[in-house]
Design a protein around this ligand. Structure first.
Ligand SMILES: [Zn+2]
Ligand SMILES: [Zn+2]
Length: 89
């Protein structure tokens, strides 16, 4: 996988070498989204879905739980579709 910013070869990285890549030259980290698009992990906060605090992937398909919907959650949260981590809004 080549870096979309500098064109150099990137190394696959934890937790999935087929999905996550680090560019040693730019110092940036990229991930292949479910739709096949390669995106910069650090630039993704700008979309309205946000990214998972745990795995850094898109929360676009996560399920949202409204405040108090579960009985004792005072804040709404999105359940990450990739790792299942709760992301409080
Ligand atoms: Zn690069
Ligand atoms: Zn996650």
């Amino acid at each position: 996988m080549k870096c979309p910013q500098c064109g150099r070869k990137m190394k696959g990285d934890w937790p999935d070498k087929e999905v996550y890549f680090n560019c040693e030259f730019c110092g940036d980290r990229f991930v292949i989204e479910d739709d096949g698009e390669l995106v910069n992990v650090f630039n993704r906060g700008s979309n309205n879905h946000g990214t998972c605090i745990n795995c850094g992937r898109s929360l676009a398909r996560g399920s949202y739980t409204a405040p108090w919907e579960d009985g004792d959650n005072s804040e709404g949260f999105v359940t990450c579709p990739h790792c299942g981590c709760y992301n409080y809004k």
